[in-house]
Every structure is written in structure tokens, then in C-alpha cells.
Design a protein around this ligand. Structure first.
Ligand SMILES: Nc1nc2c(c(=O)[nH]1)N[C@H]1C(S)=C(S)[C@@H](COP(=O)(O)O)O[C@H]1N2
Ligand SMILES: [Mo]
Length: 150
């Protein structure tokens, strides 16, 4: 199972093993999210390594992160919300079962709805004028009510 990373229109794929190998900070998730057990990747310190490898400087850091899940649930949030963010990858010593391959948790985030399960894609956005208010929901799902409103 590979995770897609998209930045500046370039797509990279990493396996969980590759992702872990380049992650400098792994935490017990209950240190960040009380009541949840398992091991998680600290997102921002991982991004530091990723950005350095790609020659990005701090002034070129993303303004927002978008994540997409296997069920097409998506969330977009300002980078500033991600200070404590982690990617849960293991519970009881095993890869995730229900929320595989990764679950994002955004402690201190604006909404629990940002804790996206089954994350398969991360998109690093560089767009200063994009709203800092987080958004989330199912992608490309048009309801009958939406159609009636138009
Ligand atoms: N992939 C995926 N992640 C998701 C959702 C979803 O529908 N699909 N729902 C979100 C919403 S709206 C909430 S409130 C939380 C609920 O998390 P919980 O089941 O751990 O309480 O998961 C979020 N993550
Ligand atoms: Mo939610």
C-alpha cells in the first residue's frame, strides 16, 4: 500500500516503511490524543526532512494541507493547525486494520472531523490567499438536494 504525496503538481509515492524510515519523531499517540493507543508519525518533523530533500526552504513551506481518504472523504486545513498533527500507522504492534493505511489526527485542530481515517493522499498546498478555515467532506458527491437547489 503506497501513500501519494503531491506538491507543486509533482506526485511521489512512498510505502509506510519508507515513510517511517524518514520520520525523525515517532510518538505514542496517547501523548497527543488522550484515549487513543498506537504509534504515530509526527507530521511536521517528517515534512522538514521531506522538504530538505527536495530543496525547499522554510519560506517555501506549505500554507495548507489537504488529505484524501480511501472512501473519498477529504479535509483541507491551514498548515498552522498541524503543529501537533500525527499520522497513526500502528496499533498493538500491527498495521492499522480499520483505518488503514494511516489516520491523521489533528490535536488542537478546529474540528474532530479533520481526523481523517484511511488517508491515501496528502497534498501540500502553497496558496497564500486560500481560506485558513478548515473544510472537510466527501469529494465529488452531489446530492439530490444540491441538484434541486440549482
Ligand atoms: N475517511 C474518513 N475519515 C473520517 C470520516 C469519514 O467519513 N471518512 N469522518 C470524519 C468525521 S466527520 C469525524 S467527526 C471523525 C469521527 O472520528 P471517530 O470515528 O474516531 O469518532 O472522523 C473523521 N474522519
Ligand atoms: Mo464530524
Amino acid at each position: 500500500m503506497e501513500i501519494q504525496f503531491i506538491e507543486k503538481e509533482i506526485m511521489h509515492k512512498l510505502s509506510i516503511v519508507e515513510l517511517l524510515a524518514m520520520s525523525p519523531i515517532i510518538v505514542n499517540i496517547n501523548e497527543r490524543v488522550p484515549g487513543v493507543e498506537g504509534r504515530a508519525i509526527d507530521l511536521v518533523s517528517w515534512y522538514d526532512i521531506w522538504a530538505k530533500a527536495r530543496g525547499l526552504t522554510v519560506s517555501e513551506y506549505p500554507t495548507h494541507l489537504s488529505v484524501e481518504a480511501a472512501d473519498e472523504f477529504c479535509a483541507t486545513m491551514a498548515w498552522a493547525e498541524l503543529e501537533q498533527a500525527v499520522l497513526l500507522y500502528e496499533q498493538e504492534g500491527q498495521p492499522l486494520v480499520k483505518d488503514a493505511p494511516l489516520r491523521l489526527y489533528v490535536p488542537d485542530g478546529s474540528s474532530a472531523c479533520l481526523n481523517v481515517k484511511s488517508v491515501v493522499k496528502l497534498i501540500f498546498i502553497h496558496q497564500e490567499d486560500l481560506d485558513s478555515k478548515a473544510t472537510y467532506g466527501f469529494k465529488n458527491k452531489i446530492t439530490l438536494d444540491d441538484l434541486k437547489k440549482k
